[in-house]
Design a binder for this molecule. Sequence first.
Ligand code: AMP
Length: 417
Amino acid sequence: MAELRHPPGTFDVMPAESGPWQSVVTTFAGVVASAGYGLILTPTFEDIGVFQRIGESTDVVRKEMYDFLDKGQRHVALRPEQTASVVRAFIQHRPTTPWKAWYAGSQFRFERPQAGRYREFHQVGIEAFGSADPDLDVEVVALGWEFYRAMGIHRMELLVNSLGDAACRPSYRQLLVDYLNSRHDELCDEHRDRIADNPLRVLDCKRPECRSVTASAPRQVDHLCADCAAHFARVTEGLAALSIPFTMQPTLVRGLDYYTRTTFEYAGTALESAQNALGGGGRYDGLVAAMGGPDTPAVGFALGVERILLALTAEAVTPRPVALLDAFVVDFSGGAAARDLTARLRAAGLRVDRSFDARSPKAQFKAADRSGARLALIVGPDEAAAGTVALKDLQNVGEQVSVPSELVVGEVTRRLI
Ligand code: AMP
């Protein structure tokens, strides 16, 4: 039989490697909880309509969605991103605003797998509903910045732009279409015929042909209405006030169509440019209404977990390793001591493991060493008869000491401090 392997574009994170993953989520949870964001869980799949509202012309919806008919003939899709699901939940449950939520979870996109680009990947993100205040944009951008710093990422650039709103985007869009049409022949194969379809996406194209055309394209920031200009000025002023350095990037449009006004991206400067987008987001004041909810402004971001780990490696930052175990019980007196001691230590909140199958002392000591535990707790026939446990530090060489069995929990706790 052929060897079973994970599907292309997916991966396993084995227990020995999962420490940094856990630290991403716990660090993120700590940072965003400090600003009042609460955890939200939504289904991994939704009715396809939820995601189609993201924008029929985005690649994520047009080409990359894992959609299928389920056994009840419902057309569903695995989520390609989570903002649409959070908006759907907001509309369904109508929490009072302002409403702030954070999430962590898998997303699915049928992309060509490559370094830093997967078919199932993970994002952490926040969404804040119910306020159009530009200071909220600043809060959101600052939380992402603070989180990367807390993870130890320093080689990073914050790119910001404003995409205008329903008042000023349409006229800018027309200006852009006219300009792109005038240089139609110079664009790359993919975008030459998509100008009318989604002209903003041409600005996002990284191919040199498109880049040389878009370098002198009209810029939305130069064509903002008075309200959008004031909003954007307050955002940049707020970032400066918080000493968060940023670069204006007039071609930053992001891949999803629902953004209005502020858009931003965190770029990892230690990474190759093909996967240097660590995360990004923006305001999406029209999405809740477009999905059938009450007119509600909102802003948020999504950060790629795999990209964070790539950036940490590229910057040679090792997140503090998470020791999996405090103690390992080695029992060659029959097994009852291992059973009882393990239960007692675990009940006291300690992380403890043991061997099974009455293995030889040698095999058990080897397992204890391999487990990465700080301490070995040893019970041979002598200790069993005397009601003691021998305690050995596996990380620092030292004397083995004998402790009365009833004092083991206290002694282990004292040594771990
Ligand atoms: P988006 O939802 O497209 O705005 O993406 C937000 C972030 O998710 C990006 O900046 C990346 O860090 C990450 N990301 C997007 N697509 C992928 C993918 N296929 N594989 C890994 N990370 C991804």
